[in-house]
Ligand binder design. Structure first.
Ligand code: NAD
Ligand code: G6P
Ligand code: MN
Ligand code: MN
Length: 431
């Protein structure tokens, strides 16, 4: 049977991952699951780990769940390592959201300066995990969800020899939402995506293989699409959507509707706190549920989290790798020429053929002019962000933030950077 190591096992999303393995057991014979956390996460690990054990028992399956703080024991001889950790816990996320807002810039977990800060904390840890994998399970696949997922995955591609795929629930969310709009099941819908993580567009959409893009765009322009749970549902400008001729992912609201989104963030920060503060409450309620000894399934309340369904994507990806399915999944993967307007060694989010040996993005070609500049500039920011995280070089960090389209000026970039470094001291050994 297979051995899985899950780093950040105390996550409230873990029951979804366990459910995914239970549902696929026939095809994907998982024998050992090691849930790994650190001292600060021990209590969460115990609560969610015990729920995982009850779930497996209820399903009547022979899967051993191990709870451990020993990462190396978990990684040794693992077939798959999945990563869902949050360096600095939710308090660090709340600081990431508040620092940019202080200076009139978008305060978000992954998009803008907040994502930069999260990347600086996370990249040293993921590269350390990769060293363990290189030594203890060199043939293992690393399936990363740790945000900013595209950036963290690219750091692994550029700075390790580990086989890696990055995941996000946004693309599957778009497929599911489109299927809902069309009143069909998701398996009948295919979206031709272009972009990078949290900066993604649907270029074309097919129903049962038939191109229905023109009609679909009208529906999106009429406000029929929905956003992820963590993103305010501001309506798109219908003329803009029609002239764009593509449908943007929820996160593109931060770029296309920046002033309205900033206003919304500032107001809700006053009323109910930032998203991180709201999540703290949701998480508390979830763990109160998880503690109940008679609970032995994934509770529906987990759907209040923006990341719902992401573990399903992970299990489905692991299944395709293990069974060498060569089917199409939407993955963060090395570009290798798929998008001709980006460097070969950067990571893109693309429909990809998934097999045991490798994951190959399907060719996209050249990016339409109306979205090309934005993708290229955000990718440049991402490349500089990785370089800064690896070197701890202040000047590179300043260039990264100054390039980002959501940071209004170098003056603001500098203030934000200084606050990030000051407020994250214990998590930034490289600076
Ligand atoms: P969380 O705050 O519950 O963190 C999960 C666990 O990670 C915690 O128990 C924490 O103690 C642990 N942890 C922190 N540092 C660690 C380390 N060095 N080694 C091992 N464990 C460590 O977080 P969450 O809300 O469950 O999210 C987890 C991660 O997944 C975050 O990075 C989040 O951004 C990401 N996420 C990604 C997607 C996606 O679409 N890619 C969706 C949802 C969440
Ligand atoms: C999903 C994104 C994730 C993000 C999460 C936040 O939309 O794809 O990358 O981390 O939502 O959800 P939360 O409930 O933590 O705000
Ligand atoms: Mn995501
Ligand atoms: Mn709407």
């Amino acid at each position: 049977g297979l051995k899985i190591a899950t780093i950040g096992g105390g996550s409230s999303y873990t029951p979804e991952l366990i459910e995914g393995f239970i549902n696929r057991y026939e095809e994907l014979p998982v024998k050992e699951i090691y849930l790994v956390d650190i001292e600060e996460g021990k209590e969460k690990l115990d609560i969610v780990g015990n729920l995982a054990k009850r779930m497996v028992k209820k399903a009547g399956l022979d899967i051993d769940i191990h709870l451990t703080l020993d990462r190396r024991e978990a990684i040794k001889d693992a077939d798959f390592v999945t990563t869902q950790f949050r360096v600095g816990q939710l308090d660090a996320r709340i600081r990431d959201e508040k620092i940019p807002l202080r200076y009139g810039s978008i305060g978000q977990e992954t998009t803008g300066a907040g994502g930069f800060a999260k990347a600086q904390r996370t990249i040293p840890v993921i590269l350390d995990i990769c060293k363990d994998i290189e030594e203890l399970s060199p043939n293992a696949w690393l399936i990363n969800f740790t945000n900013p997922s595209g950036i963290v995955t690219e750091a692994v591609v550029k700075h390790s020899n580990v086989k890696v795929a990055g995941l996000c629930n946004v693309p599957i969310g778009m497929v599911n939402d489109s299927a809902d709009m069309l009143g069909v099941t998701p398996d009948r819908v295919y979206i031709d995506f272009v972009g990078i993580n949290h900066l993604l567009w649907g270029r074309k959409i097919y129903l049962d293989g038939k191109d229905i893009t023109d009609n679909f765009i009208e529906e999106v322009a009429a406000g029929k699409s929905s956003t992820m749970k963590n993103i305010p549902d501001l309506d798109w400008d219908p003329d803009f959507i029609r002239s764009l001729g593509m449908f943007p992912c929820s996160y593109l609201r931060y770029y296309y509707l920046t002033d309205e989104m900033l206003k919304e963030e500032q107001e809700s920060a006053k009323l109910e706190g930032t998203r991180g503060e709201v999540v703290k409450k949701i998480e508390h309620e979830l763990f109160d549920l998880y503690k109940k000894p008679d609970l032995d399934i994934k509770p529906p309340q987990l759907a209040e989290r923006g990341g719902a369904h992401y573990s399903d994507a992970a299990c489905s990806l692991i299944n395709s790798i293990y069974n060498d399915k060569k089917d199409i999944q939407i993955v963060n993967v090395k570009n290798n020429g798929a998008i001709s307007d980006l460097p070969d060694n950067v990571v893109i989010e693309a429909n990809s053929i998934v097999g045991f040996k490798d994951i190959k993005p399907i060719n996209i070609g050249s990016i339409p002019t109306r979205i090309k500049g934005l993708i290229q500039v955000v990718k440049a920011y991402e490349e500089l962000t990785i370089e800064a995280a690896v070197t701890g070089d202040y000047d590179t960090a300043l260039q990264a933030l100054s390039v980002h389209p959501l940071i209004p000026s170098v003056t603001v970039a500098k203030k934000i950077l200084n606050d990030i470094i000051k407020e994250n001291k214990e998590y930034l050994p490289q600076y």
